[in-house]
Design a protein around this ligand. Structure first.
Ligand SMILES: Cc1cc2nc3c(=O)[nH]c(=O)nc-3n(C[C@H](O)[C@H](O)[C@H](O)COP(=O)(O)O)c2cc1C
Length: 253
């Protein structure tokens, strides 16, 4: 079963090389406007998007993010901030001391920002653009905050490169739907874990992904999901994140 929206969503692939064709400013405004209509917890709209045009700032962010050269080269680079500054101001304007620092607010702000950003990405793809999210900006969120003057009660969640595609990478396989869609309980209708099915499902997906990695048009490798993500999960990633969030007023209590 399909329709044009589902086909568009199923055709997603991250774009990291862009043509020189400029993206009109009006396109970005239209995308941000449409994306802002995403569902939002309590109507909070807990986000701010910063479009970064300045070449030096872009290069600094590209460097700290990896380096990731596409951050400097993409026609458009956006930084998505999870942002509860307007909530804080609303409470203060009523003379109410704002309750901040709760884990729930961190979830609200990150979920709202991610939903809106994904809508913006899908909208961009519907207009023939392509792009890639850039979580790499969280390698040094303090520096990004300083560069972009991001105040307390807001923090840079991820970036996004956008532009007209300059390459045509294949579509990266995802887990088959029966791995991610279950009936009635986490473990399916009878409610009991089935480790053998889990193992078989993962072996099957490892084969699918291995074929993709071995046959794709660039960066060919002999890799599986289990090896890649298992090794990743054995590493500590961005250990400074908790203290950064505490400093920004997201105290995780
Ligand atoms: C929150 C988030 C952060 C990401 N950060 C990066 C990044 O820093 N650099 C990058 O090249 N890709 C990044 N990606 C893209 C993922 O690597 C990519 O979506 C994933 O491997 C699946 O590939 P596909 O989008 O081509 O299907 C990020 C994706 C998400 C959702």
């Amino acid at each position: 079963m399909s329709n044009p929206t589902l086909s568009l969503m199923s055709g997603h692939r991250s774009i990291r090389k862009f043509s020189d064709r400029p993206v009109p400013d009006g396109v970005i405004t239209a995308l941000a406007e449409a994306a802002g209509q995403a569902s939002t917890s309590h109507h909070v709209q807990a986000y701010t998007i910063i479009r970064v045009r300045d070449r030096e700032t872009r290069q600094a962010i590209a460097d700290l993010a990896g380096p990731q050269p596409w951050v400097a080269r993409a026609p458009v680079f956006l930084v998505f901030c999870a942002d509860i500054t307007r909530l804080v101001r609303a409470a203060e304007s009523l003379g109410i001391p704002p309750e901040t620092g709760w884990a729930e607010q961190l979830i609200v702000a990150t979920v709202d920002t991610a939903l809106m950003a994904q809508n913006l990405m899908t909208g961009a793809e519907s207009m023939g653009l392509g792009g890639v999210f850039i979580g790499g900006i969280r390698n040094d969120p303090e520096k990004v905050s300083t560069l972009l003057k991001i105040p307390d009660h807001a923090f840079p969640l991820f970036g996004m490169c956008l532009g007209y595609p300059g390459h045509d990478p294949g579509i990266k396989p995802r887990f088959p739907v029966d791995m991610i869609l279950r009936e009635e309980s986490f473990y399916g209708p009878d409610g009991t874990p089935d480790p053998e099915k889990d193992r078989n499902d993962m072996e099957n997906f490892d084969k699918i992904l291995n074929t993709y990695y071995k046959t794709r048009s660039s960066n060919v490798k002999d890799q599986t999901w289990t090896r890649l993500l298992g090794e990743f999960t054995g590493k500590i990633i961005r250990p400074g994140m908790k203290s950064f969030l505490e400093k920004k007023g997201f105290f995780l209590k």
